[in-house]
Write a protein that binds this ligand. Structure first.
Ligand code: MRU
Length: 336
């Protein structure tokens, strides 16, 4: 039995999901019974993380079908909630193309977990024994249907007895690192220490970081990676300090139709996420705030991309296209 409950599941015609806004103080679930409920849960970050959004998107189409709503309009409404996470569009389109969107959404849960276990096992070997690994945002079970991508790799290394420990960036402004990643690692018994995002450079300078591993919201065909804002700064720091910078993501996050990072839309989030700390204003009234939720790390700063189909290194364009082709072949129906 997993120590972390399922992020989201289809239950008797509603989508039951962990309300991630309430963690780590309390573990509570909410039921999205309509497409509108689900869109609000996605925009408000009750459910978040690219692979979890893929499954949520498919479940949203399932809700529309079961409520007799116009599915194409519902799909478009869901996709518009979070523009950077390509999995959301992928999950909606996959459910729309299926004769049975409810069954499709449920199949995607199992598939996501098995992809993450596979990429976790492939990536674990890249981490040194007793490695001190820094991660940003939450790319754990809560960001997926289960197990996690970047945290999946750390988890697989832990399960294999490689004794990783984790520096957890708090991840301003919404604190997915300190609230969610630290909560997951605590439940898994993996040693973790939370640091302010701005501490990463000095930790590296002191030789206290062996590798950085993050997830991704969108990977372009050339290997440029969009992930939580602050990821790019970490990649630059890694290059300066000669530390490997790994990205772990399922192939559903790789978008071969997107040529380069400059074509990835970057979501702007509400200013209040930055200007309020709880109920307290931390920015003077009248001062403008910019809140881009993601940034783009150029492929040249990425040491390797870890997927369920294999680990690839630069040049990414050829390598990612090859993995995507292999995936199509291996998922084609078997005859005879
Ligand atoms: O705004 P969020 O919390 O949805 O951002 C999530 C991230 O940036 C994750 O790193 C990414 O989605 C990968 S999750 C496996």
């Amino acid at each position: 039995m997993d120590r972390i409950p399922p992020t989201l599941e289809w239950r008797d015609g509603v989508v039951r999901l962990i309300d991630q806004r309430r963690l780590p103080a309390e573990l509570v679930f909410i039921d999205a019974a309509t497409v509108e409920d689900l869109c609000q849960a996605i925009s408000g970050l009750a459910v978040r993380g690219a692979p979890a959004l893929g499954v949520a998107g498919a479940m949203g189409v399932a809700l529309a079908v079961s409520l007799g709503q116009e599915v194409l309009a519902a799909g478009a409404q869901i996709v518009a909630t979070r523009p950077t996470a390509v999995n959301l569009k992928w999950g909606v389109e996959r459910a729309l193309a299926s004769p049975d969107p409810i069954a499709e959404a449920q199949a995607m849960v199992a598939e996501d977990i098995s992809c993450n276990r596979r990429l976790g096992a492939l990536g674990a070997g890249l981490l040194p024994e007793d490695g001190r690994i820094l991660t940003h945002c939450n790319a754990g079970s809560l960001a997926c249907a289960g197990y996690g991508t970047a945290i999946g790799v750390i988890r697989a290394a832990h399960e294999a007895g490689r004794r990783p420990s984790v520096w957890v960036d708090e991840t301003r402004p919404v604190l997915q690192g300190s609230r969610l990643t630290a909560w997951e690692l605590g439940r898994l018994g993996i040693p973790a220490t939370v640091v302010a995002d701005s501490a990463a450079g000095s930790l590296m300078a002191r030789g206290e970081v062996d590798a950085v591993i993050v997830g991704a919201d969108h990977i372009a065909a050339n290997g440029d990676v969009a992930n939580k804002v602050g990821t790019y700064s970490l990649a630059v720091l890694c290059r300066h300090h000669r530390i490997p910078f790994y990205v772990a993501a399922p192939m559903s996050t790789v978008d071969l139709d997107c040529p380069a990072g400059s074509s990835i839309p970057v979501e702007q989030r509400p200013a209040d996420e930055v200007s309020l700390s709880g109920d307290r204003r931390v920015v003077p009234d009248g001062i403008p705030v910019s809140n881009p939720a993601f940034d783009v790390t150029p492929a040249r700063l990425v040491s390797a991309i870890i997927t369920e189909e294999g680990v690839v290194r630069s040049p990414y364009k050829r390598a990612l296209a090859r993995l995507a082709k292999g995936r199509q072949t291996s998922s084609a129906p078997q005859h005879g």
